[in-house]
Write a protein that binds this ligand. Structure first.
Ligand SMILES: NC(=O)c1ccc[n+]([C@@H]2O[C@H](COP(=O)([O-])OP(=O)(O)OC[C@H]3O[C@@H](n4cnc5c(N)ncnc54)[C@H](O)[C@@H]3O)[C@@H](O)[C@H]2O)c1
Length: 410
């Protein structure tokens, strides 16, 4: 079997689940090298997964490495991705694609110029949960979909005792960006490209919250919008809303998700920060939602939003053992082997960040924002592969001009 060599840059928290899945579930992948600014982290990954410790530069230069997997922090994404693209490597990057739309567009243009693939996470929409939702919608279970609501509210405060660089303090790291990507990728895979955006965004002041922190009480220097409320007009005719904010409280008992409304049913789609369910369907005349069986594999039964305290251990188990992060890299590797496009296209991450950029432009101008980028719906995975280890589902091929336009707008 042809193997595709990968080099992983950034061996922090999320690297655990990537490496675990890529090493154990996908025969198409060979982890050639690992790199991190912090030596022990690269050493841990090297010892556990039998990959060579390398510098970033060695990864870019290594002929055996075809894909660079960028798992660094958001503030390093641009620099690492740019260097890898300049060396002619395909890149799979964790979200966000870059700190802002302009820098993301620069990277996209470079990838196009070099003729390489540049995919951006999240890949959760390739999991069983969202592939099942896509299948139910495409098979007409809710009739013609006409509206969708997505909400993500989660407090993001740097709460440790030491002043540390934190996602919220850098561009592209507040909740609309850091978590919004899960929702926008899930929406793109169900409904395709967004034509216009109309909404409001704001930057609400937040303060260092831990009395043990020397900065306690000081205002946080947050640069990206941290509250976004927007309407989305999809090309397929569906109208949607996205609400995202990094203040407030989200109950651990409630499941965050996406609600899709159709002429013949309502679909509750699961937390898009997970690969599994539940997927629930309400039909006319029924009193209750019915939980639908999964039609696809790669559904860890993780619920990834239980943080802190006694639940920390559970969270780690969910994130590392149950999560299926890495399927997007595997799909990219199979796309190289089978000479087909990758399901996460070069346009997907760019389209996502443009939506959030568009809301800021609307807020400034008071006008509706017309999208300049376009990402057709990704090709769905074949149904019926129910095990979590059925790699053959990615061993497929199609014409790059395949039409993925939904049936209801043909
Ligand atoms: N932690 C999560 O729950 C989670 C979930 C999904 C996605 N992500 C995304 O994954 C990415 C990484 O997050 P994380 O939680 O693993 O962070 P982390 O801080 O635990 O790990 C990032 C690692 O990258 C290394 N690094 C940073 N810049 C580098 C550079 N220029 N060269 C080499 N190494 C570099 C750091 O030393 C660190 O070890 C982020 O984009 C984040 O949004 C995180």
């Amino acid at each position: 079997m042809r193997k595709v060599g990968i080099g992983v840059i950034g061996c922090g928290m999320i690297a655990h689940t990537y490496l675990e899945n890529l090493a154990k579930r996908f025969g198409v992948i060979k982890i050639v090298g690992v790199a991190d600014l912090i030596e022990e982290k690269a050493k841990w990954a090297s010892e556990r997964y039998g990959a060579k410790i390398m510098t970033n530069e060695e990864i870019y230069e290594c002929p055996e490495i075809e894909i660079v997997v960028n798992l660094t922090n958001v503030w390093s994404h641009y620099e690492v991705t740019r260097a890898a693209l300049e060396h002619g490597k395909h890149v799979y990057s964790e979200k966000m694609i870059a700190e802002n739309f302009d820098r993301a567009k620069e990277l996209y243009d470079l990838a196009e110029e070099k003729g390489v693939m540049f995919a951006c996470a999240p890949d959760t929409f390739l999991g069983g949960g969202y592939q099942t939702c896509r299948k139910l919608i495409d098979d007409g279970f809710i009739g013609v979909p006409f509206a969708v609501n997505a909400t993500i509210i989660r407090s993001y405060l740097p709460s440790g005792p030491a002043p540390a660089l934190n996602n919220v303090l850098v561009d592209g790291g507040t909740i609309p960006y850091d978590m919004g990507g899960y929702y926008i990728h899930a929406l793109q895979q169900m409904f395709g490209p967004v034509r216009r955006v109309a909404g409001f965004s704001k930057n609400t002041p937040k303060y260092w919250s831990n009395p043990a922190n020397p900065k306690y009480g000081e205002k946080l220097d947050i640069r990206s919008s941290n509250i976004v409320v927007t309407s989305l007009e999809f090309e397929c005719g569906v109208l949607g809303t996205l609400t995202a904010g990094d203040i407030g409280v989200m109950s651990m008992a409630e499941i965050p998700g996406i609600w899709v409304y159709g002429t013949e049913g309502t679909l509750f789609c699961p937390d898009p920060n997970t690969f599994g369910g539940p997927v629930k369907l309400l039909k006319p005349g029924a009193e209750n939602f019915v939980e639908m069986p999964m039609t696809h594999g790669y559904h860890g039964d993780e619920r990834s939003f239980n943080f802190g305290g006694q639940q920390e251990q559970d969270f780690m188990i969910r994130m590392w053992e149950k999560s299926r992060r890495g399927v997007g890299v595997a799909d990219m590797a199979w796309s190289i082997v089978n000479e087909r496009p990758a399901r996460i296209s070069n346009e997907m991450g760019l389209h996502t960040i443009e939506i959030l950029h568009g809301v800021d432009v609307c807020t400034e101008t008071g006008k509706v924002y017309e999208m300049t980028t376009r990402n057709p719906r990704p090709v769905a995975l074949r149904a019926g592969f129910m095990g979590n280890d059925c790699e053959a589902v990615f061993d497929d091929k199609w014409d790059e001009n395949i039409d993925t336009t939904p049936w209801w707008c043909k």
